[in-house]
Design a protein around this ligand. Structure first.
Ligand code: PBG
Length: 325
């Protein structure tokens, strides 16, 4: 019998034929590895909630970056865990702060062969765990915070970052950072804006990884997005583009594929998607109980993120996928 759909079936017949007609290709070029570097430790510390991921020493970080480079991975994003936290998060812009030192180490070791992205936020550096400074009424003070973000961007640029990535969801953060960078003659440093970042339940393992607990059982719902809303994400993306973002990000990734697809229609900027700690941990946990084949699901999810319209993906799966591709 002949059905119109037979055409599709004919093209699925063999692995080679499926490869030939595949619409979406996942390559190592699409991957950015998030890496953690912790001040004041002598050897790397495994992160229990993120199996296979570690808090690095400065030295082990450089080794990891070199290894990723040898696998063809084009970029890494660095997160720092300081020894001292304070209300302002001042270690975030200290020239001798852990991320600044790590950026310099990586640049010295690898030159221009790896894109160095610095996450730009203060939650890893504040004692209250918020992404901004907290005012007297207990709420996050947006405008004071973006001035601090400007200072951090200068410190990160000076230390060798190619890209700074503000993740705090403060209004006006992209413009404040662009102005600060330009004022210090860092016109070539790009901004990857975490534009559409949802107040997700999927960041739990990350907060373990950077030793962050939000004070008084607080949350980030006043500055991160409500997951019931999609149009809001597009407004955030447009605003960031107008303020001078060079790339935008949607985060988390798999529950927000619709947002990635809609974003693709309204911007010509490169779109990043962050497959976050909880998305990674769910795959690992289910695989460890033999409920799913973790490798297959990892590939399926990352490919779906590209199919939705992302240009590149920040993922803790980077090393293992790069090894397998
Ligand atoms: C904030 C930041 C977070 C993540 C990246 N940057 C956590 C948060 O907003 O609470 C989460 C990344 C992940 O879960 O993998 N600086």
């Amino acid at each position: 019998m002949s059905f119109p759909n037979r055409r599709l079936r004919r093209l699925r017949k063999s692995q080679a034929l499926r490869r030939l007609v595949a619409e979406t290709r996942l390559s190592v070029d699409d991957l950015v590895a998030p890496l953690f570097v912790r001040e004041g430790i002598d050897s790397p510390i495994p992160i229990p909630s993120l199996s296979g991921v570690q808090q690095h020493t400065r030295q082990s970080l450089v080794e990891e970056v070199k290894h990723l480079h040898s696998l063809g991975v084009p970029g890494v994003i660095l997160f720092g865990i300081p020894e001292q936290k304070d209300p302002q998060g001042s270690e975030a812009w200290n020239p001798e702060g852990i991320v600044q030192l790590a950026l310099q180490d990586c640049r010295d070791a690898i030159g221009q062969d790896m894109v160095l992205i610095a996450d730009l936020c203060i939650d890893e550096y504040t004692d209250h765990g918020h992404c901004g400074v907290v005012g007297e009424d207990g709420s996050v003070d947006n405008d004071q915070t973006i001035t601090i973000y400007g200072q951090i961007s200068q410190a990160q640029a000076r230390a060798g970052a190619d890209i700074v990535a503000p993740s705090g969801m403060m209004d006006g953060q992209v413009r404040a950072i662009r102005d600060a960078l330009d004022a210090d003659n860092y016109q070539e440093v790009a901004i990857l804006a975490y534009s559409a970042k949802y107040a997700s339940g999927l960041y739990g393992p990350f907060r373990d990884a950077v030793d962050v607990t939000i004070a008084d059982g607080g949350d980030r719902k006043t500055y991160q997005q409500d997951w019931r809303n999609g149009r809001e994400a597009l407004a955030e993306i447009r605003a960031d583009e107008e303020e001078g973002a060079d790339m935008i990000m949607v985060k988390p990734a798999t529950p927000y594929l619709d947002i990635i697809t809609e974003a693709r229609k309204i911007t010509d900027l490169p779109i990043a998607a962050y497959h976050v700690s909880g998305e990674y941990a769910m795959i690992k946990a289910a695989a460890s109980q033999n409920l799913i084949d973790g490798d297959t699901v990892a590939l399926e999810q990352l490919t779906a993120i590209k199919r939705a319209g992302a240009d590149f993906i920040l993922t803790y799966l980077t090393k293992e996928i790069a090894e397998s591709l």
